[in-house]
Design a protein around this ligand. Sequence first.
Ligand SMILES: Nc1ncnc2c1ncn2[C@@H]1O[C@H](COP(=O)(O)OP(=O)(O)OP(=O)(O)O)[C@@H](O)[C@H]1O
Ligand SMILES: [Mg+2]
Length: 148
Amino acid sequence: MEKRCATLDDLEKETTRFVESLVLGAEKATLVTLSGELGAGKTAFVKGIAKALGVTNRVTSPTFVLEKKYRLPSISGENKFKNLVHIDAYRLENGSALSTLGFDELMSNPKNLILLEWPEQVSDALPKPSVHIEIKILPDESRNILYA
Ligand SMILES: Nc1ncnc2c1ncn2[C@@H]1O[C@H](COP(=O)(O)OP(=O)(O)OP(=O)(O)O)[C@@H](O)[C@H]1O
Ligand SMILES: [Mg+2]
């Protein structure tokens, strides 16, 4: 599926729709990978998701800290994510660096929603994601979002 977002408002609506479409796994975390050139809008997409899930902390890019974890407010209903994990793999040299981030343990909790930017950097160790997203900047600066 493909969506075009011309503004950050459009993007916010799209991330809200996307997050509502996610179904928790029974045994493992839900992994969503985000690809796209520098400045494509990967972090902006994660911010939209965080907002849709009720995160009130300011969500900033984990470029330097590599990983950030946000506890999600509890909403009625069992089948909801408890934690949002935002990983930026841009500075990682290969997949073995994931273990230092405790990635396997994060993956073992079905209540975790893990959003990972730059999956190409760690492709040798990354499990198959639930959803892979590719963001492209169009000539008019709007963004094309491709879900695979
Ligand atoms: N759909 C959109 N429409 C208009 N502007 C957007 C859209 N998505 C993102 N932007 C803008 O693009 C800029 C860069 O976005 P962002 O930091 O999310 O990119 P990124 O893909 O995470 O980059 P990096 O690879 O450096 O982490 C931000 O200023 C953001 O406001
Ligand atoms: Mg980013």
